[in-house]
Design a protein around this ligand. Sequence first.
Ligand code: ACM
Ligand code: ZN
Length: 626
Amino acid sequence: MKQKILNLFVLCCFVLCAVACGKVAEVTEYSIIPEPVQLDVADGTAVVCSPLKISLSGINQDSPTAKYVGQSLSKLHMRPSFVSEGEEFGLLFVLNKTANEELGDEGYTLDANADGITISANTETGLFYGYQTFLQMLPDDIAGTTYSKITLPACKIVDYPRYEWRGSHMDVCRHFFPMSQIKKHLDVMAAYKMNRFHWHLTEDQGWRLEIEKYPLLTEVGAWRVDRNDEDWNYPRPVEPGEKPTYGGFYSKKDVAEIIEYAAQRHIEVVPEIEFPGHCCAVLAAYPELSCRRDTVYGVAVADYWPPTAIMCAGNDSVQTFLKDVFDEVIEMFPFQYIHVGGDEAFKHDWEQCPKCQARIKELGFKSEPDSPAEAKLQSWLTAEIEKYLISKGKRIIGWDEILEGFVTPSCTVMSWRGTKGGIEAAKKGNDVIMTPTKYCYFDYRQSDSLYQPQAIGRASTVLPISRVYQFNPSEGLSSTEATHVLGGQCNLWAEFIKTCEHQEYLLLPRLCAMSECLWSPMERKSWERFQGKVEHHKDRLTNMGYNVCWGAFKPVMTIDTLADGYRVAMEAEEIGTEFHYTIDGTEPTEASPVYAEPLVLPKNATLKTIATYRNKVREGVYTFEF
Ligand code: ACM
Ligand code: ZN
């Protein structure tokens, strides 16, 4: 026993000393993502010491932001303590008494000099974002290292966002993710000043939200037969009597916990409850909501295409069901927006269904060349539910398919099949969120490397971070039309995402690029500067416990044809990558020549490369036949 107490004492002394006698660091350059509107480095330095004295002006210690700051600095072993206003401080938060118009509701200023670091803003949200910038001014390994003193270049920052909607979406239906992963997602969103968490909660492969009035939605709809070890596109058919064992759902208590966690991070949660399509899980639980009485629906086990399951728009009980569900959704989610889906609703059943056809007739809908009567029926159902939700103080968002019939002026369109739908909607005066697959679908691979994990689409369907960085949500719109663009969003559909690690891998570091596209003014964006910064953020995120994609290591080739061969130039996507190559057919190693300038190769040559990056061989051999 005595020995145990002694051991414990020695351990405590060691821990205390490690915390108290932290390392000293000098930061020489900032790598802030998203790039601030204005960052001027000044002469001199600011010093951040542990213990760190925090002073507050205009907010008190019990405010959510002050609490968040205190907890987060404790986790970083900065030993924060709150001191009275007017006392010497390390970090001062000032809630402006008179609003600084330039900053708006989310902006902040940050002043780092020999007197300390001062963050000021009109709102707590602004202070929160100023604090996130402050964290990024600290060393890249701050998440895993105890520092007693950090010296920073003095600077002045003025910063505010370009767009109000800076979204990140998570599909928890194709595969289910635990609460801890949702919180981890919210943490990384907050670090990059993203502010809308689009939670895709209902799908063919699972209904993930507790609804008390319809318990079968989760008792039946949240579970599917497990085919996780099989190819998503070609699962073994379900056999009679097989038990659905894979799935899960979020209880009302879970939702409240996520909403509070998000709110502490100044993130609004936008639930997506899909209708009329993508509803196998609903129809497995309540088949009477379908057009067909002859079909037994099951929760889809994997790939399900085309998604023909659809709720019957001619059946009044569908509206009753939806309104009941939304009543509970409204109770759970206090924010303004509710996403109602609306994408990929295949209407074959509606064409055959006497009730749906009778409804079309009753409403007087006629088919036109680019707008079939069934598309108008979907628009009508959407408008009916929207009317109900507006009466409860909510606003709806729908995927751009909702434009195919007609849209009410009050609904917000989320444009995913390119930006065409979004542009059309903005021209009509509807609010728009841009999330075109080309720039925003993070379920695509990050490169066409042979060595990337499986993802959606073909091996050639890729979305490199360099393309994400080109995203401009207002492209193609006049300045008046662009006022309807609320912002943009990245989407993480989970067909091929079975693990938390893979989800993070697809998200990071592309989220860094997305955040800069949605926050920073166009004139402050620079791909070269961003590339340098993101190298730091890969370290930063790794130290925070995320599984980042280190990059794409297939050389980008430029090939010129010569009279008797080829001139081949190779470029790396990640700065700091070196290519080692052979042209004699042998396997390259780290000892093979390093590519330095374009190669002149004869006809029928074979070029083989491997990449080294940060002193490690990455991926494997690439072979190019000429
Ligand atoms: C979607 O990707 N089906 C909205
Ligand atoms: Zn029907």
